[in-house]
Design a protein around this ligand. Structure first.
Ligand SMILES: [Zn+2]
Length: 163
């Protein structure tokens, strides 16, 4: 049974990276199930051009996946991505590791974070996983730098996320 997430409790959007060169919702769902979790722990996934291990191993980048936002675990439920803070956060993961994120992925991340922040009344900010623990460098993006890209509402016209 998944635990419900109370929208009133949500204070942070937590940005992660997969620390892998490839991966889509099915990949992370699989990895997290193997950890004994209730499927994918992130609420949103922003894929790179390598959605699967085969795409990566065979050097077959698929541009149709680069920067695309996919729904992971439903926001109705508590995620599994940041120890001690899952009850008060939404988890977003960028497929990739240090130095590999595409500009499309970063634009999508900034827009997605903006949209999420408009939907929860008590959101304070977007944080990187490393800002919650000294044991992580995830998402390997300087968050003070990233937060400058969080878009003002006007830029979001016509921008939607999958249902
Ligand atoms: Zn993380």
């Amino acid at each position: 049974m998944s635990t419900l997430l109370n929208p009133q409790d949500v204070k942070w959007i937590v940005l992660h990276c997969s620390a892998s060169y490839y991966g889509d919702v099915a990949t992370f769902n699989d990895w997290h199930e193997k950890k004994g979790w209730n499927g994918i722990g992130y609420h949103w996934v922003i894929t790179s051009c390598y959605p699967t291990e085969d795409h990566y191993r065979n050097n077959q980048p698929d541009m149709a996946f680069d920067g695309v936002i996919h729904k992971g675990r439903s926001e109705q439920f508590r995620g599994a991505h940041v120890r001690g803070h899952n009850w008060q956060s939404i988890g977003v993961v960028l497929t990739g590791k240090k130095g590999t994120f595409s500009s499309k992925q970063l634009y999508s991340a900034a827009k997605l974070c903006t949209l999420i922040s408009l939907r929860f009344p008590h959101i304070e900010s977007v944080k990187g996983h490393y800002e919650f623990t000294d044991l992580k460098t995830c998402p390997d993006i300087d968050m003070d730098y990233f937060r400058k890209w969080i878009q003002p509402k006007g830029v979001l016209e016509g921008f939607t996320t999958p249902e």
